[in-house]
Design a protein around this ligand. Structure first.
Ligand SMILES: Cc1cc2nc3c(=O)[nH]c(=O)nc-3n(C[C@H](O)[C@H](O)[C@H](O)COP(=O)(O)OP(=O)(O)OC[C@H]3O[C@@H](n4cnc5c(N)ncnc54)[C@H](O)[C@@H]3O)c2cc1C
Length: 400
């Protein structure tokens, strides 16, 4: 039988949230270990838009300036209707927006972590609580067993940690998004803006990353059983099929896309009431990022909000650190202090997340073109609750 390893703080998942949380803790002088199931750090989804609130968090992590060098600032946006040909300026939020290569963001976070922090090929299978010490016992697929004083689940949509906490499973929309990059070796002539073309059952958007690279995302109204294609050639064909009759520049962009960058994902979300009522802490275990609050991509906020989580969680743990003397405190005292820190984190996050998930939820309903009455009610709610529809980007997570 394998011996049980003991680790102070374990983070499950080496995506944006897991790496940012490890880095935030490191900046506060706290060691952690990230367990990632894949053999490499993956960055599926090509690009990611980071909004002003995400940039505040990246600044706190000390990685914003380097990342800025890799992408242009987005300076506006418009929607174009295929049916009428009409162009409409999109409400544009104040503050910095840039679209990054996901791989750059992951690399920027990972390379600032101390060597040995990230453990690849470590899939967490199950978690139990040791009733005596309140520590978590983590069972990995590779046979390792780890005992952790603190466990943070940043393991995304199908989170083992969220499951352990008893959180409600994620829900699915009958929408999918294909995402990819198109390279323009001699440069493109697009403005630095988000352009979305909307027609029939589909929608496609593009954002320049730099003068030669454009990120695009196509929303397709598809039923779960239709989403089978993972083959890049099929994804490309499927996207072209769904945007037939769209402007030539959009069609050419998809035709000439970098096939290796293409991916598709079903849109998932956590209902606002599940976030309002969810129990995000058990003992010394909590969740962050998509594991806590997955939301449809309509506001382009999932990644930025995961970065906020990282800062606030690390700050709460660091604030309690002086009360936790590992040498003299018994394990129950440590567990109690960590529990207080995690409760503070959940308290600080909850209403922010309820607001965001409500706005995303209502946007998701409206996108599906519902019956008139539902549309009317959703529009009223949006106006009353979110009179400034871009205010979500103005949130500042504060100092680490
Ligand atoms: C179509 C689409 C477009 C989006 N666009 C944007 C955007 O423009 N801007 C934005 O801010 N957000 C966007 N998002 C949301 C954003 O991608 C997510 O919110 C963000 O990636 C969440 O990061 P995370 O680290 O919490 O989860 P993930 O990125 O899912 O990372 C979870 C990690 O945990 C690992 N893992 C899972 N289970 C285990 C296990 N049992 N053991 C060990 N490791 C495990 C996974 O391999 C993965 O590396 C979009 C999402 C979608 C679907």
């Amino acid at each position: 039988m394998n011996e049980m390893e003991e680790i102070e703080i374990v983070i499950v998942g080496g995506g944006i949230c897991g790496l940012a949380t490890a880095l935030a803790l490191h900046r506060k002088g706290i060691k952690s270990v990230v367990l990632e199931k894949s053999e490499t750090l993956r960055a599926t989804g090509a690009g990611i838009t980071i909004r002003a609130n995400g940039w505040c968090a990246l600044h706190q992590l000390g990685v914003a300036s380097n990342l800025r060098l890799t992408s242009l600032t987005v300076q506006g946006g418009k929607n174009i209707s295929v049916a009428s040909g009409k162009q409409q300026e999109r409400p544009f939020e104040k503050g910095e927006i840039r679209c990054l290569r996901r791989s750059e963001l992951i690399k920027g976070l990972a390379e600032n972590l101390p060597p040995g922090t990230i453990h690849l090929g470590c899939q967490v299978l199950s978690i139990t609580l040791d009733p005596l010490s309140s520590h978590s016992i983590i069972q990995l697929q590779n046979g390792r067993t780890i005992k952790a004083k603190v466990l943070i689940g940043c393991d995304g949509a199908n989170s083992v940690v969220a499951d352990f906490l008893g959180l409600k499973p994620v829900k699915f929309l009958s929408l999918s998004q294909v995402r990819g990059f198109t390279k323009y070796p001699s440069g493109h002539d697009f403005k630095n803006e988000i352009v979305q073309v909307i027609g029939g059952r589909s929608k496609i958007g593009r954002i320049p990353i730099d003068n030669k690279l454009v990120y695009w995302f196509a929303t397709l109204k598809m039923n779960p059983k239709d989403v089978v294609a993972k083959d890049p050639e099929l994804l490309q064909q499927m996207t072209l099929e769904s945007i037939k009759g769209f402007p030539t520049k959009m069609l050419d962009m998809v035709k000439h896309s970098d096939r290796d960058s293409l991916s598709i994902s079903r849109m998932k979300y956590q209902a606002p009431w599940d976030i309002l009522l969810g129990s995000f802490r058990k003992g010394t275990v909590t969740v962050a990022g998509d594991a806590m609050h997955i939301m449809g991509p309509f506001l382009g906020q999932g990644g930025s909000v995961a970065l906020e989580d990282a800062i606030i969680l690390a700050r709460c743990l660091a604030q309690k650190r002086h009360e936790i003397d590992i040498k003299t405190n018994g394990s129950q005292v440590i567990a109690c202090k960590v529990g207080e820190a995690l409760d503070q984190y959940v308290k600080e996050r909850r209403m922010r997340l309820v607001q965001l998930s409500t706005q995303t939820y209502l946007t998701g309903i409206l996108i599906k073109n519902p019956p008139l009455l539902v549309r009317f009610v959703c529009n009223i709610l949006m106006k009353v609750l979110f009179s400034d529809s871009t205010a979500h980007s103005q949130y500042d997570c504060g100092c680490l």
